[in-house]
Design a binder for this molecule. Structure first.
Ligand code: SAM
Length: 295
């Protein structure tokens, strides 16, 4: 029914649009949450611990790295790095990267809020530290820096070995990158090269050949297309010992599809699904096998 007052009609149409928008947002958030719960239950059903893992390579990784509960002095540094961000109430203008890597908006956000929502969890940061420690990569690439919660784990994991890996981390948002740089300096983490760039733009300028990166942490654009694009683009860099870690493989049905495609790629031999992460190995001596491990 049309209103006789034009302004009121405009107001009601705006209002109903807003209401429809927030309804749809709540609906999608709820269905995404339901999807993730279902996906986690499936993971619990299929997953195992080290028992029943017959591959010595995976058994050793699980027992000596994933389940290594020894406290490490660097864990305190990781905790302080996080806490100092969580206490930072300053705001920055964040440039958001949407699906398909199109920059779609800029908005003001508190550093503490970004640290709380966008980064790796404390447990995962410790695990990332141990993975770097375990494999001892000489070169590391992180796709998606944010405030450096994972970067610090990568850097400390390699620093604790005495031989510092060369770490490159990519971030498209200049103000976020600037904050990360300040934070890395504050904690004396100086084996990181932070590059402000859109991911694909960076890859276009690189000579992607074997051994350019030993370990890659994919934590940027969590869409199926972007994940598969980065996977294909970086394949020329692999060696027999490359370690690739994909974050959020069960975040959405599209990400699960991407993960299934990665698993079936002929160059991929071993994969490990830890729910949050998918680890990918290209070791030619291993038979193709997919593990689902509780961490
Ligand atoms: C999930 S956060 C990274 C979190 C970080 N690895 C950690 O654990 O603390 C992803 C970051 O990637 C950046 N990003 C997303 N898509 C991008 C793109 N196409 N190019 C450049 N940066 C992008 C975002 O600005 C964001 O800071």
């Amino acid at each position: 029914m049309q209103s006789v007052i034009p302004e009121f009609s405009l107001f009601t149409s705006h209002f109903s649009l807003l209401a429809a928008f927030s309804y749809l947002r709540a609906f999608f958030a709820k269905s995404l949450m339901l999807f993730q719960i279902k996906s986690y239950l499936k993971f619990l059903w299929k997953s195992k611990n080290e028992h029943g893992v017959h591959s010595p390579f995976v058994f050793n990784l699980v027992t000596k790295c994933f389940y290594d509960r020894k406290p490490e002095p660097e864990y305190a540094i990781l905790k302080n790095y996080r806490n100092s961000l969580l206490e930072n109430k300053n705001t920055i203008e964040v440039t958001d990267f949407g699906a398909g890597s199109k920059v779609f908006k800029s908005n003001t956000r508190q550093i503490a809020q970004i640290a709380k929502t966008a980064g790796i969890t404390p447990k995962r940061a410790e695990l990332l530290f141990r993975i770097v420690n375990y494999f001892q990569p000489e070169s590391i690439l992180e796709i998606g820096t944010s405030l450096g919660l994972a970067t610090s784990a990568l850097a400390l994991g390699s620093r604790s070995l005495g031989t510092k890996a060369k770490i490159i981390t990519l971030e498209g948002c200049p103000e976020t990158a600037n904050q990360c740089q300040l934070q890395l300096q504050k904690f004396n983490i100086n084996n990181v090269e932070l590059i402000i760039t859109e991911f694909l733009e960076y890859f276009k300028t690189q000579n992607l050949e074997p051994k350019t990166q030993d370990l890659i942490y994919f934590d940027g654009n969590h869409s199926k297309t972007a994940t598969l694009d980065y996977f294909e683009l970086l394949l020329p860099t692999i060696t027999n010992d490359s370690v690739w870690i994909f974050d959020d493989i069960h975040w959405s049905s599209a990400m699960e599809e991407a993960w299934e495609i990665i698993k079936t790629h002929p160059k991929v031999t071993v994969t490990i699904d830890t729910f949050q992460w998918g680890l990918v190995f290209f070791r030619r001596e291993q038979p193709k096998e997919h593990f689902v491990i509780r961490v």
